[in-house]
Write a protein that binds this ligand. Structure first.
Ligand code: ZN
Length: 503
């Protein structure tokens, strides 16, 4: 009689295959990280080619017949372990999705992205949208092609959003945004009618090296493991990971703005803590990957806003900042500093905007992207449309494309459908933080002494440890007892700003 081999051997072979794919993807991510940090200008052309080749290789591995056959056979076995079973079914979905992309499309897209990234960089430097427009137009065309390859039932943009946040649709996001918009607008009007906190001391002169050192201290205090990651400089702050023991974050330094680097450091640390908290043994498998970009962003926004912009955090951190920057802060009270870093002020730059107007920045990009993908807006008309929306929602006159439609790196990466996850992340963050605070009534008191360890553990257990095994909504429900409820965010905002602005 022939003994059927146990599924374990098959699972091990599958796992080995996925690890190899993860190795190639890590090499690809490392090259991209380098492209945005240290790559010399003349290396850009070959780098684009190298990245495209690796992207093509990864795609081939992810769609190989061999992998397909392995999944077939594993699907036929009865696997007792739930995690293993889920990995197989999630991998099947990835496999079918990847199969929809012809290899030639993957290469074309990768080359277009590298080209666009370079022309965006140049256009931003020279403040000339026209230098980026042609490449962007080509990228938008490729993205439209992608929506056709992937298929969609509602809006073509649905298929692009789904890539970053599974299950999210124009219908759903429209509903959330149209519910939030008037409420945020009302709050904004209330705040703008009040006396604005003094914040000139945040915009004095802050030595580059001292800022960097201060940032490193803050990052370390939040639990970032410097033996499993590092920080570097780049023109647009970002985070990336090659495995949980090698997580990279980047920042930028503005010598005349204390907040620019600091909050980007805290934000990217939030992303990094998530990556450093993924299970080591699951490397390469869905159970070892982040759940979604909305959940990723919930982590960065939670650390940036609910921790980094909280009174409790500054109780501990402010004396350290005063010691480092006595010229700027020695005569500023902690309470005034706290109010200053939470000042609401409609402005141009998303990454430097306050917690309230931030969502208008996101909604504007979301509306523009939808129109680009549906063909209602041409790329050459972006600056005009952009400036018009800023006038309408934030009442500001955009002075230049550099401060306007050229500010974000996303479009040059072909990341259409990404921006809504920023707002969703903030809404999830408020709900997670409310839950963590309920579970530990001493959370704020601990933060006052610089202790955020228990908060990190709460996030590790409820969010980080399960990788991609659950959808965003399931993670939210498991962690907080209910699915996404934007009221947590609204309550948090109201409570915080009522106190700061005294209304
Ligand atoms: Zn982020």
């Amino acid at each position: 009689m022939i003994q059927t081999p146990s599924y374990k051997t098959d699972y091990e072979a599958y796992r080995e295959r996925m690890r190899r794919l993860a190795d190639v993807k890590a090499a690809l991510a490392l090259m991209q990280w380098d492209q945005e940090t240290y790559l010399p200008a003349k290396g850009a052309g070959f780098r684009a080619q190298q990245i495209a080749t690796l992207a093509e290789m990864a795609h081939k591995m992810a769609t190989s017949d061999k992998l397909g056959a392995m999944l077939d056979s594993l699907e036929e076995s009865s696997i007792p372990d739930e995690t293993e079973r889920k990995n197989i079914s999630l991998n099947r979905l990835d496999f079918e999705k990847q199969k929809k992309y012809p290899a030639s499309f993957v290469r074309k897209m990768s080359e277009a992205v590298s080209r666009s990234f370079n022309s965006w960089n140049q256009a931003k430097k020279e403040n000339r949208f026209s230098l980026f427009e042609k490449d962007l137009a080509q990228l938008v065309e490729l993205k439209k092609e992608e929506t056709q390859l992937l298929g969609y039932s509602g809006h073509p943009y649905d298929s692009l959003m789904d890539e970053f946040e599974k299950g999210s649709t124009v219908k759903l996001v429209d509903r959330i945004f149209s519910n939030m918009r008037p409420k945020l607008q009302e709050l904004l009007e209330k705040i703008l009618g009040k006396k604005t906190p003094e914040d000139a001391f945040l915009y004095k002169s802050f030595d580059k090296k001292k800022q960097w050192d201060y940032g490193i201290q803050v990052i370390g205090s939040l639990g970032f493991d410097f033996e499993a990651g590092r920080q570097d400089l780049s023109s647009h702050p970002f985070s990336t990971s090659f495995n949980k023991y090698d997580v990279r974050i980047t920042t930028r330094i503005d010598e005349s703005d204390f907040t620019s680097m600091l909050f980007s450091c805290i934000h990217e640390t939030g992303h990094a803590l998530y990556e450093q908290g993924l299970p080591e043994s699951e490397y390469g498998l869905p159970s070892g990957e982040y759940a979604s970009l909305g959940i990723h962003e919930s982590q960065s926004r939670l650390w940036e806003n609910h921790v980094g912009r909280s009174r409790a955090f500054w109780k501990f951190q402010y004396p350290l900042a005063q010691e480092k920057f006595p010229d700027a802060f020695k005569n500023v009270r902690e309470e005034d500093f706290y109010k200053a870093v939470n000042k609401i002020k409609p402005s141009f730059i998303r990454t430097e905007s306050d917690e309230l107007t931030y969502h208008f920045h996101v909604m504007i990009r979301y509306e523009i992207e939808k129109m680009l993908i549906s063909g209602e807006l041409k790329t050459q008309d972006i600056p005009e449309c952009w400036n018009e929306q800023y006038r309408k929602y934030l009442g500001v006159e955009v002075p230049s494309d550099k401060m306007g439609c050229l500010q974000d790196v996303h479009w040059s990466h072909g990341s259409f459908g990404y921006f809504p996850t920023y707002s969703l992340g903030s809404f999830y963050a408020a709900q997670f933080f409310a839950s963590a605070s309920k579970a530990d009534p001493f959370l704020a008191e601990k933060m006052e002494t610089g202790n955020t360890e228990e908060l990190l553990q709460w996030l590790r257990q409820r969010i980080h440890a399960s990788g991609r095994l659950f959808t965003s909504e399931d993670i939210c429900e498991r962690a907080t007892g209910e699915t996404l409820n934007v009221q947590y965010f609204l309550d948090y905002m109201l409570d915080k700003y009522q106190k700061i602005y005294e209304f």
